[in-house]
Design a protein around this ligand. Structure first.
Ligand SMILES: *[C@@H]1O[C@H](CO)[C@@H](O)[C@H](O)[C@H]1NC(C)=O
Length: 131
């Protein structure tokens, strides 16, 4: 009597397992549900742009803390968005602390941002000259 009950249980479990397996394979084989998944994923990617979520530009590894045309930038140093979105530095100029400067002649940013020539020096061709 007892062994018959066990046999019945085992059979029931096996039947359940088979039903479960076929249900799973049906789900993964159905192309409709796959398409639905990828659509859902791309929607999620669109939602993670800085136009809608400016805070993502503050995440470590971001190109900068500011958002211009859906791209994270650094207003402080971005030549194409210097100080504000769309403010381009003209040819030969670089962006330092949000301002376009000429590194060849700028005494505070001589050669590169933040390279200050001292009181006796002047910036000549991007180098502090003390002659
Ligand atoms: C932006 O650029 C400035 C100057 O290089 C730098 O000090 C600052 O850390 C940058 N900000 C970010 C968030 O990368």
């Amino acid at each position: 009597m007892k062994s018959l009950k066990t046999l019945f249980l085992v059979a029931l479990l096996m039947a359940l397992a088979i039903t479960q397996l076929s249900a799973t394979s049906l789900e993964t084989e159905e192309p409709k549900s796959l398409r639905g998944t990828s659509r859902f994923l791309s929607k999620k990617r669109v939602a993670l742009t800085c136009d809608k979520n400016p805070k993502i530009c503050l995440i470590k590894g971001s190109a900068g803390p500011n958002c211009c045309s859906n791209k994270c930038v650094n207003f402080s140093t971005d030549r194409l968005n210097c100080g504000r979105c769309g403010k381009k530095c003209s040819f030969g100029k670089i962006c330092c602390q949000g301002k376009c400067v000429n590194p060849k002649t700028n005494e505070k940013h001589c050669g590169k941002c933040g390279n200050k020539c001292n009181a006796k020096g002047s910036c000549v061709l991007g180098m502090c000259s003390y002659a």
